[in-house]
Design a protein around this ligand. Structure first.
Ligand code: GRF
Length: 207
């Protein structure tokens, strides 16, 4: 039986698309069962609709400053769709301890840098400014600290002398679109205790 996965997005959804495309293969161990967005105008929602995947826009602005009541609504939607794993894919909201704890060991994120380098925003600009020779992307389990948590997989790209933030971002994004589907497949087919202790994840680091 395939693991039922929800993808949380806020924007264009190119990583969502890579997961939808991978999950269309018969032998892929996960099924994209729901796409949620905090932003009703997220272009990624149309990608899910085109693939016949149920979507829900749960606008955080309706909840004012009450982050937890927004997340309670997200959580209820995940439960009512019998979701087993959550993938953040360009989801631009910080998550509160309540939601992180509810999905501990069952929520993944992709970040456009080789963590622990460059957590946060504008990673490509910062990598160029720092003069690193290698840049890339990371998949990890979500913990309370942003862009932290046990690393599952990484993909590196060389930084070229001619790179701009845009060219570097495009080279990293091409790797994200391979790394995230490979990571989700590895996690969905692994038997992970929940919550997953870091030691139990060591066999997943070579995705
Ligand atoms: C990606 O670079 C991802 O690593 C980061 O946000 C961006 C989302 O892009 N977390 P997309 O919406 O998947 O195209």
């Amino acid at each position: 039986m395939k693991t039922r996965v929800a993808i949380l997005i806020s924007g264009r959804g190119s990583n969502l698309q890579s997961l939808i495309t991978a999950a269309a293969a018969r032998q892929y161990p996960a099924e994209i069962a729901l796409v949620l967005s905090n932003n009703p105008a997220a272009p990624g929602l149309a990608r899910a609709e085109a693939a016949g995947i149920p979507t829900l826009a749960i606008d955080h602005r309706r909840h004012g400053r009450d982050r937890q009541s927004h997340e309670a609504e997200l959580h209820a939607a995940l439960q009512s769709h019998a979701i087993g794993l959550v993938c953040l894919a360009g989801y631009m909201r910080l998550l509160s301890p309540f939601f992180v704890a509810a999905w501990q060991g069952a929520m993944l994120n992709i970040h456009p840098s080789l963590l622990p380098a460059f957590p946060g925003l504008n990673t490509h600009e910062r990598a160029l400014a720092a003069g690193v020779a290698l840049h890339g992307c990371t998949t990890h389990f979500v913990t309370e600290t942003m862009d932290d948590g046990p690393i599952i997989g990484q993909a590196a790209v060389p930084v070229l002398a001619s790179d701009t933030p845009e060219t570097l971002a495009a080279r990293v994004l091409a790797q994200e679109h391979k790394l995230y589907p490979a990571t989700l497949a590895a996690v969905a087919s692994a038997t992970l205790p929940a919550p997953a202790p870091a030691a139990a994840l060591s066999h997943l680091r070579r995705v």
